[in-house]
Design a protein. Structure first.
Length: 158
């Protein structure tokens, strides 16, 4: 089992730096520690970090608003991919969103990311929309699929 360290606001500066470093390892346009601070300062926001023996393996930043939640960003550093880290992070986001009163959880994913799409589908997500050119200029570009999970009817994947 992969341990997920739960980060609830206020998230301290060292944790913001860890999140920023993980984001930089996962995406071609990284978010700074200041941007992490701003995201986590939003009402209902929280984060999780997967702690592995060789250091942080991935993260999620999620936000609950009323009875809906959104995964703002989720990523697994390349060396830790296909090891269950993504599933553990997703399970944590789903569990905590449910604890926060959300009934639906949304995520946007690049349509050219079949591994992530498969993970979300396994966890009960279904496509409910498309954002054309959402990733233009980022990580291979392309459209984003908007996926939604009904948390009341979905079992958490681990």
């Amino acid at each position: 089992m992969i341990a997920i360290r739960r980060l609830d606001p206020p998230v301290l500066e060292p944790h913001q730096a860890v999140l920023a470093a993980l984001h930089a390892a996962c995406f071609s346009v990284p978010w700074s520690a200041v941007e992490m601070d701003q995201l986590l300062a939003m009402p209902g926001a929280f984060a999780g970090v997967a702690d592995l023996p060789d250091g942080p393996g991935g993260f999620h930043i999620t936000r609950v608003a009323a009875d809906e939640a959104e995964i703002i960003s989720i990523g697994v550093r390349p060396a830790a991919r296909r090891t269950g880290v993504g599933a553990a992070l997703l399970a944590d986001a789903m569990e905590r969103a449910t604890e926060g009163g959300a009934r639906m959880l949304f995520v946007e994913v690049a349509e050219n990311n079949p591994a992530a799409i498969a993970l979300y589908r396994q966890a009960g997500f279904a496509a409910v929309g498309r954002r054309p050119d959402y990733y233009a200029g980022l990580d291979g570009g392309g459209d984003a699929l908007v996926l939604r999970a009904n948390l009341a009817a979905t079992s958490v994947v681990e």
